[in-house]
Design a protein around this ligand. Structure first.
Ligand code: MOS
Length: 721
């Protein structure tokens, strides 16, 4: 561990040998294509399927009229269930939002299914004035009391504050847009169903589908060996899976669905748009005396979903008087969900920009402002951080960046026609873990095999699993093989919330401990002694199951893990302590004096996240995160049609993500940190922290370059004209 081992599945990926779920070829496969609503909220009056049925090769068309009660209503994850939203798939004539699946064609070929889906004629009665976004008059605001954070007396302290900041920020709707589309293949063999689907949580799909279809969970197997990007969008069961499963059952053939890029914008969740209000008061030497952060997040009518980032932003800095609030605003939209540091990216943008505004007002260096307010105890409950290396990250990143060479006055750094802007911000992400299990087998020939449902999202889970088993047992890495991404394997946490490595590594360590204990081999025994012990045991292999219970979870929660309910826990949610990975982001921009073109010239991030099992894959994760951070600041936003809430840029030509030309010099630094408390593995996770803080560092750099404070993302050149 700690070695930069090359990616376990790298060869399979670059040679094309790796089979993603939609690559799996099953004999006699029929192809499905969804038909999505082309109106916003409304009602279906009827279908004319004549033209669709006339397409050569069409086999079956599912609508709410033909599906009947084949799919049961089940609760969404937000109510303790399994689904990513609570709309029943093809459940009724009611349309909740534009892009809702309202029919599915099954045909002999993909082309026939797609053509027929386009020929479906639907008579509809649109709602006269659907609420399309967070600012729409018909949208319904609701305060979420459980997400309220309070300490001291904010109002009095703010009123008395010598220096005050009061600012409002907005962040846009965004879509994850993983390269791999939303695909599902289902095949029944008798009453047993196998699902091939890219997923961050195969066990949750299995148990959710069992509830929806009313079949025993033991009869369902979900396989997701490789995932071509997920970013939160493949975390939980979406409507498509049950539809493909019942189509396959009706036909007695395998059915394959690959939703188009455009359909992907509404068949899974997305990052909801937010409005935010931050108020800060501070002494003249920069100590915070009052901090208020309130957020409004868009949600659907059907589901109250909130990422609730204010519960974290209110607890990052020392401050005696705190108020945090979160509200949802329900509109006629599809249910939002998780995307790349879902709470931390939007809320972190607002808080870290507000701090920069405060630093400017105080005439103080923004790094020093964070140092003055740094703390090792969370300010609301007084709980200790298990470890916190925020200022070490700032020191390392600032030195690498050359921050001491900054001329603080806005607009004072120039090169020819380019205005130069330097900005920085804190990054933070809760160190979370969820209950997970892993099985390790040590064979008499000296090889080891490690298995856990886990998930390889491209983040390096497979490599990490092999490394942990190799090191814990003392087996050479090349003699370790790995199985994952299969609900038949010991269950693992949802691979979200940056909790995968911490959770699964802990389970592998427990299994390896048990193997060594059984063989009577001490921890640092040489490989030869381990092999000799297996041979002497007379067994062909020794195998143990490790079950890791996350800190804060009760012993009674372990059975839940076996029912697809292992969710991450950490951050500020624990009764006895606070757990965060921390980092510092620095950005240099150049903005053209006349055209206002904005280019990120370099970005330096330094991150302390406990133990790093593989610096190579972790470094890649962090670089990827920082690039997404640049996207979240300057490129990514989903356009919403004000008539019907259609997403009008639902393709990769119009929905901009950062490309090579947008990224020049980028550096991610791993700052060493030891945390023995956080979990068995000492791992905090690096999946999402790289994204956090980049947008604020960029908006702060824009201010430094131009003197213009932009509080609405994404920042575009037209905002600087
Ligand atoms: Mo991530 S948005 O927690 O999958």
């Amino acid at each position: 561990m700690g070695q930069p081992a090359p990616r376990y599945e790298g060869r399979a990926k670059v040679t094309g040998e790796a089979r993603y779920p939609s690559d799996v070829r099953l004999p006699r496969t029929a192809h499905a294509c969804l038909h999505l609503s082309r109106i916003g909220r409304g009602t279906i009056r009827g279908f004319d399927l004549t033209a669709a049925r006339a397409v050569h090769g069409v086999i079956d068309i599912l609508t709410h009229e033909t599906v009947g009660d084949a799919i049961r209503q089940t609760p969404a994850i937000y109510q303790g269930g399994y689904t990513s939203d609570s709309l029943l798939p093809l459940g009724s004539a009611e349309i909740a939002h534009w892009g809702q699946p309202i029919a599915m064609v099954v045909a002999e070929t993909y082309e026939a299914a797609r053509e027929a889906a386009q020929r479906i004629v639907v008579t509809t009665a649109p709602h006269p004035s659907p609420a399309v976004d967070i600012n729409a008059p018909g949208a319904e605001t609701r305060a979420l009391e459980p997400m309220m954070v309070q300490a001291g007396d904010f109002d009095a302290a703010y009123a008395a504050g010598p220096i005050r900041i009061d600012a409002r920020y907005t962040t846009p709707a965004q879509h994850q847009n993983p390269m791999e589309l939303f695909a599902t293949q289902c095949v029944w063999e008798g009453d047993r169903l196998t699902v091939h689907e890219p997923s961050q949580y195969v066990n949750s799909v299995k148990f959710g589908l069992a509830e929806q279809l009313g079949v025993p969970a033991d009869n369902i197997r979900v396989i997701s060996t490789h995932v071509g990007g997920a970013f939160g969008a493949k975390g939980f069961l979406t409507q498509r899976t049950a539809l493909v499963a019942i189509a396959a059952r009706r036909l007695g053939r395998p059915v394959k669905l690959v939703a188009t890029r455009e359909q992907g914008f509404t068949v899974s969740g997305y990052r909801a748009e937010t409005r935010q209000h931050v108020q800060l008061a501070a002494t003249r030497d920069g100590r915070l005396t009052a901090l208020r952060h309130e957020g409004w997040e868009l949600t659907s009518r059907a589901d109250t979903v909130a990422m609730g980032g204010a519960s974290m932003t209110t607890r990052l800095y020392a401050c005696p008087n705190i108020l945090g609030r979160v509200n949802t605003v329900a509109a006629d939209r599809s249910t939002p969900g998780f995307m790349r540091a879902p709470g931390e990216v939007p809320y972190g943008f607002a808080l870290e920009t507000a701090l920069d505004e405060l630093a400017d007002r105080l005439g103080m260096d923004p790094v020093e402002l964070r140092r003055v307010n740094d703390t090792q105890t969370e300010p609301v409950g007084g709980l200790p951080y298990t470890s916190r290396s925020l200022m070490r990250c700032f020191d390392v990143a600032a030195a690498t960046f050359g921050w001491s060479g900054r001329s603080p006055r806005p607009g004072s750094m120039r090169e020819g026609d380019w205005l130069i802007g330097w900005g920085c911000a804190s990054a933070y992400y809760p160190a979370q873990a969820g209950n997970s299990a892993a099985r390790v087998r040590l064979t008499a020939d000296g090889t080891a095999h490690v298995a856990s449902a886990g998930h390889e999202l491209g983040q390096g889970m497979t490599t990490m699993m092999a490394q942990v088993a190799a090191e814990e047992l003392g087996v050479p890495l090349e003699r370790v093989t790995v199985s994952l991404g299969d609900s038949d394997l010991p269950p693992a946490v949802v691979n979200g919330g940056s909790a995968g490595t911490a959770s699964v590594a802990s389970a592998i360590m427990i299994a390896c401990d048990a193997i060594r204990a059984r063989l009577g081999v001490p921890r640092d025994a040489p490989y030869a002694a381990l092999r000799a012990a297996v041979a002497a045991s007379g067994l062909a292999f020794v195998e143990e199951l490790g079950e890791a219970r996350a800190h804060g979870r009760s012993p009674e929660s372990l059975p839940d893990m076996y029912r697809g309910r292992a969710l991450p826990l950490g951050g500020v949610e624990l009764p006895d302590r606070v757990q965060f990975a921390m980092g510092a982001q620095f950005v240099e921009l150049r903005i053209h004096r006349w055209t206002r073109e904005i280019r990120v010239r370099r970005a330096v991030g330094a991150f302390a996240a406990g133990r790093i099992i593989n610096p190579r894959t972790s470094h890649s994760q962090l670089l990827g995160g920082m690039i997404w951070g640049i996207g979240s600041a300057l490129h990514e936003h989903t356009d919403i049609d004000q008539r019907n809430a259609a997403y009008t840029n639902a393709n990769l030509a119009d929905y901009l993500v950062p490309v090579h030309a947008d990224i020049s010099e980028i550096q991610a630094i791993l700052v060493s940190e030891e945390d023995r408390l956080v979990n068995q593995a000492g791992v905090k996770g690096v999946g999402e922290i790289g994204v956090v803080g980049v947008a604020a560092a960029i908006s702060n750099a824009v201010f430094h370059a131009t003197g213009r404070r932009l509080r609405d993302l994404p920042i575009k050149l037209e905002h600087l004209l």
